[in-house]
Design a protein around this ligand. Structure first.
Ligand SMILES: NC(=O)c1ccc[n+]([C@@H]2O[C@H](COP(=O)([O-])OP(=O)(O)OC[C@H]3O[C@@H](n4cnc5c(N)ncnc54)[C@H](O)[C@@H]3O)[C@@H](O)[C@H]2O)c1
Length: 253
């Protein structure tokens, strides 16, 4: 059995559903002590039950990513009561709602950057001092394939995910002297609440037909990459954005 995350405390933001839930269960199966987080308490409880069934009893926190003070306090409390965070997966996110450029108003634009960019930034700021002191830690950010190829129906989403790539590469450089690695997983399209609520099943199916491998991913196929970047198998990898996307974007050096 794969136990590459034995006893690691792994905090996954937005793990109440979709890919975050899948990451939580897979990482629990691999021995991690999982901190489940979401804005929605029912979703937190459901994922916590699945994690409990898969491995070590989880810690659960319900906080809005946009409330940076509450987020920092919840993470500090987690570290006091459950243990220092070894791995942070910045996964919480919202969809682009299939909006054309002219339909993206200030409120929509700001919400996108608050959840993805500000949320990722300040969740990371809450764990970095401890990681620096221990000279160990892993940050796994969740980007998107749209950051590489652009997106004609959600440019604010693609821009926020491009910022995630910038943070990943910058933090990789800044935290390398402290033995902290920072990488990102940039998935292609999946069918989750986020995409069903944004573009709907028909458009997802149409886009799936364009994927060279002929299908969209199952969430666990993304979780395998996240778990790998959280493990010691990638101790020498930092600043990388890897994209499990079925061949939608194939980029050479
Ligand atoms: N589904 C896709 O096709 C796709 C592709 C590439 C990247 N992504 C990214 O993957 C991540 C997970 O998305 P998903 O598709 O599993 O969607 P999802 O909607 O199933 O999961 C996102 C979770 O984040 C939580 N969340 C949203 N706003 C929050 C907030 N303010 N505070 C706390 N939690 C909040 C939601 O409650 C939800 O449980 C996101 O960052 C998304 O942008 C998704």
């Amino acid at each position: 059995m794969n136990r590459t995350l034995e006893n690691k405390v792994v905090l996954i933001t937005g793990s109440g559903s979709g890919m975050g839930r899948s990451h939580a269960v897979l990482m629990a199966e691999r021995g991690a002590r999982v901190v489940v987080h979401d804005i929605d308490s029912d979703r937190v409880a459901e994922t916590a039950d699945l994690v409990r069934a898969a491995g070590f009893p989880p810690h659960a926190i319900r906080v809005d990513m946009r409330d940076t003070d509450a987020l920092a306090e919840a993470i500090a409390e987690t570290e006091r009561s459950y243990g220092p965070v070894d791995v942070l997966v910045n996964n919480a996110g919202i969809g682009g709602q299939g909006l054309a450029f002219g339909d993206i108003d200030v409120e929509t634009f700001d919400a996108m950057f608050e959840v993805h960019v500000r949320g990722t930034f300040f969740a990371t700021r809450a764990v970095i001092p401890g990681m620096k002191a221990r000279r160990a830690g892993k940050i796994v950010n969740i980007g998107s394939n749209f950051a590489m190829g652009g997106c004609h129906f959600a440019s604010h989403y693609a821009a926020a995910k491009s910022a995630i790539s910038g943070l990943t590469k910058s933090w990789a450089r800044e935290f390398a002297p402290f033995n902290i690695t920072v990488n990102a997983v940039a998935p292609g399209l999946l069918e989750t609440d986020l995409t069903l609520g944004s573009i709907g099943r028909d458009r997802i199916r149409a886009m799936a037909a364009e994927v060279p491998l002929g299908r969209i991913a199952d969430p666990v196929e993304i979780s395998y990459s996240v778990a790998w970047l959280a493990s010691a198998e990638t101790d020498f990898m930092t600043g990388q954005v890897i994209s499990p996307n079925g061949g939608v974007s194939i980029v050479g050096i």
